[in-house]
Design a protein around this ligand. Structure first.
Ligand SMILES: Nc1ncnc2c1ncn2[C@@H]1O[C@H](COP(=O)(O)OP(=O)(O)O)[C@@H](O)[C@H]1O
Ligand SMILES: [Mg+2]
Length: 304
């Protein structure tokens, strides 16, 4: 048993739509930490009051909750109040990263590349948006974990219907210039970016449904990109995290267009941590096993 971290709670489950994934992430993290000799205990905020963490003498918290009420700054705020150090981003950065629109505004203001966009609502002149962004556009709900209502729109006349669909999932809906090219995702761990993962959809088809519901999707890590580009992407990822105020760990989704230019899509502050998730895959390529990855994330636990 290592007493380096004291008594550690792994928060998992919770009440968000991503509860099931969180249960898988949290169980994997819990088993890995225990396997490394950490005095780790599972804790499901859907079943117990977070104040019990203080009463039971927990000294650190590993947050493995995805989506609202875990990834959005609210649990982070409770832990700040209880003065218990926790993994990952703090209150402000967690809340900001949860909102794709405001995240894009910060990136754009800092000169970081993110696709051009418009906010859609009932008053929108859809033809004007189509003309401004050009076709195709990608319409999506603006909040993390609500990817269900996304559509690739190829005809201006389809834009309103795409908005109506996305609006069923979220009050805030984005239309983004569609980036045709390779899909990448890049984790960061404390002060460094981990190897780039390239997501290869079947037949070069980047169609949304295809990508998420096909077994043929391949995840390439090492990415096969040239070393200079890989380094540039890693620097971009660290900048994109720094300007949002993210810390500890996270994962940035990026599109690489046909000219090799990267476009930032979104920041995930508590990405999946099951055995076959993307962050563990990238860490493995950097020589960090799942247990070592969990320990490194826990080492980054902090307050404020
Ligand atoms: N502007 C865009 N151009 C092309 N594809 C996009 C664009 N925005 C999103 N996508 C596709 O949709 C997926 C999900 O979008 P993302 O912004 O990462 O939200 P989430 O992962 O929260 O659903 C991306 O991984 C990518 O395949
Ligand atoms: Mg994403």
């Amino acid at each position: 048993m290592t007493d380096r971290f004291g008594k550690v709670a792994v928060l998992f489950g919770g009440t968000s739509a991503e509860r099931e994934v969180s249960l898988m992430s949290g169980s994997a993290v819990l088993a890995a930490l225990q396997g490394c000799g950490v005095d780790a205990h599972g804790f499901d905020p859907a079943e117990r009051d977070l104040c019990a963490l203080r009463d039971e003498g927990f000294e650190r918290v590993f947050i493995a909750l995805h989506g609202r009420g875990g990834e959005d700054g609210t649990v982070q705020g409770v832990l700040e109040t209880l003065r218990i150090p926790y993994t990952g981003s703090g209150v402000m950065a967690s809340a900001l990263a949860m909102d794709k629109w405001r995240t894009k505004m910060v990136w754009a203001a800092c000169g970081l590349p993110t696709p051009r966009y418009a906010i859609l609502d009932a008053q929108t002149d859809f033809d004007a948006v189509a003309a401004e962004l050009g076709m195709p556009v990608f319409v999506k709900p603006a909040h993390e974990g609500s990817s269900m209502g996304a559509t690739k729109v190829v005809e201006p006349s389809q834009l309103r219907a795409a908005w109506e669909l996305a609006a069923r999932y979220d009050r805030l809906v984005l239309a983004e210039a569609f980036i045709d090219g390779a899909e990448l995702t890049v984790p960061f761990l404390n002060d460094r970016a981990l190897p780039v993962i390239r997501i290869d959809a079947p037949g070069g088809n980047y169609d949304y449904e295809h990508k998420y519901f096909s077994d043929e999707t391949r995840y390439l890590c090492p990415s096969g990109l040239d070393a200079a580009l890989e380094d540039a992407l890693k620097r971009l990822v660290m900048q994109s995290a720094a300007v949002l105020g993210c810390r500890g760990w996270g994962r940035v989704d990026i599109m690489l267009d046909r000219d090799g230019r990267p476009w930032l899509l979104e920041m995930n502050t508590v990405p999946g941590m099951t055995g076959h998730s993307l962050v563990p895959m990238s860490a493995q390529a950097a020589g960090l096993g799942f247990g070592q990855l969990c320990i490194a994330i826990l080492e980054g636990a902090s307050l404020g």
